[in-house]
Design a protein. Structure first.
Length: 181
């Protein structure tokens, strides 16, 4: 699940580097959101290609039967990573920017513009389903998001994780990034 959240954070990187887009999608697939962002980009969206350095912090985690000590140990965990956003991907973001395994996800809503982003997405698979909400702000060279994921695992019940993602454009790609978008 953390890998999916890191991927979502990296995916939002493409969105976060935009300037005043006009995207407001409801009950849309991940591919539809990617298409709407590409179409908006044609008029006024600009991505900042290059190296992006990000941090992903787990703020809290709650699960049925989870000992308080375990929840406390998870809270505060920070993962740092770097991504290289290529010029081609910045110009034409695909649905993989918005969610890995996107065929199993649908946005209830996805709005972005004027430096703000607000989205809610449902993802499902054989092990259960997840609801991901995110809200934050962005500029062409920075973004900050608060995310909450509620996973309803068939055997465990709901698991809630609250996270903060922050990223900054850090210049040109070095070839030593963790991922390429």
């Amino acid at each position: 699940m953390i890998g999916r959240m890191v991927t979502l954070g990296a995916a939002v990187l493409a969105l976060a580097a935009c300037h005043k887009p006009a995207v407001d999608e409801r009950n849309a697939s991940v591919a539809d959101v990617a298409k709407a962002v590409r179409q908006a980009q044609a008029s006024d969206m600009k991505f900042t290609p290059g190296r992006w350095e990000s941090s992903f912090k787990i703020e809290s985690m709650e699960a049925p039967g989870m000992p308080a000590a375990a929840a406390k140990a998870v809270a505060g965990h920070v993962t740092r990573y770097a991504t290289c956003l290529t010029k081609d991907k910045a110009a034409q973001p695909g649905s993989d920017f918005f969610a890995r395994d996107s065929k199993n996800c649908t946005y209830d809503h996805f709005t972005m513009g004027g430096g703000a982003i607000d989205a809610k997405m449902h993802c499902g698979n054989a092990g259960g389903d997840a609801v991901v909400t995110m809200k934050g702000d962005y500029t062409p060279t920075h973004y900050a998001l608060k995310m909450e994921t509620v996973t309803n695992a068939a055997r465990q019940g709901p698991i809630t994780m609250r996270m903060a993602i922050e990223a900054n454009h850090a210049g040109v790609c070095t070839g030593k990034e963790d991922g390429q978008g």
